[in-house]
Design a protein around this ligand. Sequence first.
Ligand code: ZYH
Length: 298
Amino acid sequence: MPEAGSERLSPQGVPYKDLPHIINADGQYLFCRYWTPESQPRGLLFIVHGAGEHCGGYSDLAQMLAEHSLLVFAHDHLGHGQSEGDRMVISDFHIFIRDSLQHIDLMRSRHPGLPVFVVGHSMGGAISILTVCERPNDFAGVVLIAPMVQMNPESATPFKVFMAKLLNHLVPSMSLGAIDSKWISRDQKEVQAYDADVLNYHGGLRISFGMQLMNAATKIEKALPGISWPFLLLHGDNDKLCDIKGSQMMHEKAQSQDKKLKVYSGAYHALHHELPDTTSSVLKEISTWIVQRLPEED
Ligand code: ZYH
């Protein structure tokens, strides 16, 4: 019998013994989700959510991929959703990458020999890129939905970057203000659903978190010319949070033989929660691309 008080609870008060979870290298509990195909899995697919959200927002995508015989798995990043950690606080961006590799390694050891795919959105796209760059030969393909690749050169002028560093030193927890979700999708139903979901973070982005994002973008820019793994980039040309220029730059600079950039005209940032026509086209594009890269069935 567990001792009274020894039960570890999620931020929402649910005992982790009742929730699928992994324990990261720092002993923190991370909430996990799994979408298991009815047939024998032909591949593993790891979903990497973005800043302030949680992996439950990827259920439609995950279910569709499970119907194509993929074993889909994800976790809420540290400080997000049903995982432990101060909300939207990270001491080092690499923690997200380390925890992702841990979950991928665990699933690979349970299902040896299966190809591994990664799908990431926004900051989750940045995590995906840096994760795969650590093990470039381990992945069969990477799908990036409006990834954060680059700081907007207009907003990240040398003076602003200097000021950001100074402020981060003086008041790291200062809020940069919340993102206005109405600029994230053209579908106001999706925006309302996002705003109503208590598992999403609705507060302001701390400057220390913004600095971690900026450092990640700098690392990615340096890594681009060395990339040779297969990838699919999807980006809206009206994305006001992560400019499409980042994806164009990745598409241009990467050495990969197998690379594709698909542009969604007029679309905002959250392509998987956009107007119904856009979202269904995005989901179809992703599943087709992945299924084409699965090994032949015998
Ligand atoms: O990963 C991000 C994200 C969040 C905040 C960011 N801030 C920057 O880049 C970011 C990326 C910059 C901004 C300037 C200062 C330095 C950092 N995500 C995931 C996205 C944002 N969310 C947004 C809300 N979502 C889900 C995806 C949403 N909203 C409405 C409808 C459906 N989904």
